[in-house]
Ligand binder design. Structure first.
Ligand code: CP
Ligand code: NVA
Length: 331
């Protein structure tokens, strides 16, 4: 049976079968080819979407906007603080209003329960553009990027997530990897590991797919034969500035550096969802350097700029994969 995701929400990968996820990855590659060849694909002409952002964004917002325009759609962006949602209007009411005007709704914000509630009441597809718990659109781009570098397929590949392994990106990677038969390793301090319930769920998924989940605090053990070493910021959006001190202390040993690749697979790649603190080019990076004396945080500049780094392919692929997600759910 061909896969159809028409009318579905895209809230977390746990809601999708491996075949459905693979379908979205395939479609993403196809949209990338069409774009590169200059072939127009205004398949959703006449539709309109709205982007609700309660947190800041570069990649996710621009991907939805550019992908929406390429598909022929009208796009409305509501920035943090400029809608009535939450302050003067409840989430169910907001969802019912927007669902009357738009064909699809993107939401980036805080608790997963908010995007789930929007979906419950909207009557049109809702896409999760990042919550505290999950970042599912990022995953389609990431899996697509890994396939570009390892054309023999995702199955059996080892992805090591280094650092704050209890954040939205780490959670989502654990789900994506175990749905697709990959070996997921979370490497970091004990107190920053993913929630036990999610680990249990992912271990069950891994049993079905042939993948695995390993939690370790040993960098040396984690990186052996790794195909991907992935990291993300040590403090996520919505967390208080006060946690920087404890995170730096706990995570400094897990900063991704060149040495970590010495026992990895010879073709191993470096991934990061971005934005990244790899130098002193940001206000936050400079403030942290001044206070804590660390000039590179979750990864060294050397790794970030190395030939192994695919971070800008990942960023570009956000646009192709978000296009695939919108097309599949709206067509
Ligand atoms: N990776 C990612 O989601 O980036 P933005 O925060 O810029 O959207
Ligand atoms: N974990 C990060 C991801 C940013 C794309 C955050 O939530 O801020």
């Amino acid at each position: 049976m061909p896969v159809s995701l028409s009318g579905r929400h895209f809230l977390k990968l746990l809601d999708f079968t491996p075949e459905e996820i693979r379908h979205l990855i395939r479609l993403s590659h196809e949209f990338k080819r069409l774009k590169a060849a200059g072939v127009p694909h205004r398949h959703l002409e006449g539709k309109n979407i709205v982007l609700l952002f309660e947190k800041t964004s570069t990649r996710t917002r621009c991907s939805f906007e550019a992908a929406g325009h390429d598909l022929g759609m009208g796009v409305t962006y509501l920035d943090p603080g400029s809608s009535q949602m939450g302050k003067k209007e409840s989430i169910p009411d907001t969802a019912r209003v927007l669902g009357r005007m738009y064909d699809g709704i993107e939401y980036r914000g805080y608790g997963q329960e908010v995007v789930e509630k929007l979906a419950e009441h909207a009557g049109v597809p809702v896409w999760n553009g990042l919550t505290t718990e999950f970042h599912p659109t990022q995953m389609i781009a990431d899996m697509m990027t890994i396939e570009e570098r390892f054309p023999d397929g995702l199955k059996g590949k080892k992805l090591v997530y280094m650092g704050d392994a209890h954040n939205n990106v780490a959670n989502s990677l654990m789900v994506a990897c175990t749905k697709l038969g990959m070996h997921f390793v979370a490497c970091g301090p004990q107190q920053l590991m993913p929630e036990a319930d999610l680990v249990t769920t992912c271990r069950e998924l891994a049993e079905q797919s042939g993948g695995s989940v390993t939690l370790t605090s040993s960098v040396a053990e984690a990186v052996i034969d790794a195909h991907v070493i992935y990291t993300d910021v040590w403090v996520s959006m919505g967390e208080p500035d006060e946690v920087w001190a404890e995170r730096i202390e706990a995570l400094a040993p897990y900063q991704v550096n060149s040495e970590m690749f010495s026992t990895a697979d010879p073709n191993a790649i470096f991934m990061h969802c971005l934005p990244a603190y790899h130098d002193l080019g940001t206000d936050v990076g400079r403030a942290v350097a001044e206070k804590f004396g660390m000039t590179e945080l979750e990864c060294t500049d050397e790794v970030f700029e190395s030939a192994r780094s695919v971070v800008f392919d990942e960023a570009e692929n956000r646009m192709h994969s978000i296009k695939a997600i919108m097309y599949a759910t709206l067509k």
